[in-house]
Ligand binder design. Structure first.
Ligand code: IPM
Ligand code: MG
Length: 373
């Protein structure tokens, strides 16, 4: 297959983790005979530095004409600590989501037995945890009217949702929950005891539910959900929620897996689908070859699956599971015995390309371990 992919390296650790995904794609294309054509687009603080605009029109046009977008990370501390900045890196990501109408952000939460001990939660609570968050991505408080009075003393962000915005993501989530491999349970997370928008979410979901009679629906307030994710995460199968609740709960849920650096995501809707790890730009680690590239590599696996390359996607996931099991992990996971970002990228690519011998000589790889260098 021939595919056009826009690569947006972005800020902080974005470039170094995305480069590992490109190595993996290279191995996939060689092994399976695909051609991936890359165009590079700017977005975020990097784009502001080079063009003054967090999402230049060229990037947007490139994205519209491509088969998929692979994105690294966004954000820079110089903007985080300046509440008066009018132009901010994150505006680029928010605008691309809106322009491409990527209204659903899909975040799978998978745990790996070999990493259970790294989670602050009890190991017995982590067994068989496998759920997926469908986060609404182009509405709600993120995109509502904002105001600040002339004195700079009163500010507001309004939260608005329309029936259509709720319906389209709800159908996606129900459809997904009904798939043979899922456990046929959908939990709507909201704050319907307080918020009008949440009551509309509940009403719309209740109306849609009968069309998916094989899926059981459960309703949960967001404060309780935040607690349930920690005390009993295996109860969840598909979580459906609005934009900001989904943002917060998905970072919280990453604790179950052992590291935020492991989690991938796909943003889908009407335009070109965008794949990105859920972690941020982690500026303290940028350029040090210590960031975890697995979130990006698993986002690449989601991209391959979306491009109908099922076998390829499965092989990348198998490579990651093998790596984690063999304790080839980055510093966020093991601060003492860790491997570099680039080594992890090489190992996943080698696995995909069958370059790792069956009786792999671990000591060769040990040479690339941080503590020995
Ligand atoms: C995410 C991020 C973004 C968000 C930021 C960078 C705007 O936290 O993708 O979860 O809040 O949506
Ligand atoms: Mg977030």
């Amino acid at each position: 297959m021939d595919k056009n992919i826009v690569v947006i390296l972005g800020d902080g650790i974005g470039p170094e983790v995305t480069k590992q995904s490109l190595k993996v794609l290279d191995a996939v294309s060689k092994k399976f005979g695909h051609e991936f054509h890359y165009s590079y687009g700017l977005m975020g603080a990097d784009a502001i530095d080079k063009t003054g605009n967090p999402l230049p029109d060229e990037t947007l046009e490139m994205c519209k004409d491509s088969d998929a977008i692979l994105f690294g990370a966004i954000g820079h501390p110089k903007y985080d600590n300046d509440p008066t900045a009018k132009v901010r890196p994150e505006q680029g990501l928010l605008r691309i989501r809106k322009e491409l109408q990527l209204y659903a952000n899909i975040r799978p939460i998978t745990t790996y037995p070999s990493l259970h001990h790294l989670s602050p939660l009890k190991e017995k609570n982590l067994e068989n945890v496998d759920f997926i968050i469908f986060r609404e991505l182009t509405g709600g408080i993120y995109f509502g009217e904002k105001s600040l009075n002339a004195e700079g003393t009163i500010a507001s962000d309004s939260c608005t949702y329309s029936r259509e915005e709720i319906e389209r993501i709800a159908h996606l989530a129900f459809h997904f929950a009904g798939k043979p491999e899922r456990r046929k349970k959908l939990t709507l997370v909201d704050k319907a005891n307080v918020l009008e928008t949440s009551r509309l979410w509940r009403k719309v979901v209740q109306e849609i539910a009968p069309q998916y009679s094989n899926v059981t629906v459960d309703y949960m307030f967001v404060d309780n959900a935040a607690m349930q994710i920690i005390i009993n995460p295996k109860q969840f199968d598909v979580i459906l929620t609005e934009n900001m609740f989904g943002d917060i709960l998905s970072d919280e849920a990453s604790v179950l897996t052992g590291s935020l650096g492991l989690l991938p995501s796909a943003s889908v809707g009407t335009g070109t689908v965008l794949f990105e790890p859920i972690h941020g730009s982690y500026p303290q680690a940028a350029g040090k070859d210590i960031a975890n590239p697995i979130g990006s590599i698993l986002s690449t696996a989601m991209m391959l699956q979306y491009l109908s390359m099922e076998e390829e996607a499965a092989l990348v996931r198998e490579a990651v599971a093998w790596l984690l099991n063999a304790k080839f992990v980055t510093k966020d996971i093991d601060p003492i015995n860790y491997y570099f970002t680039s080594t992890i990228g090489d190992l996943v690519s080698d696995y995909v390309a069958d370059r790792l011998p069956n009786d792999m000589n671990r000591s060769n790889i040990e040479l690339r371990k941080s503590t020995l260098i």
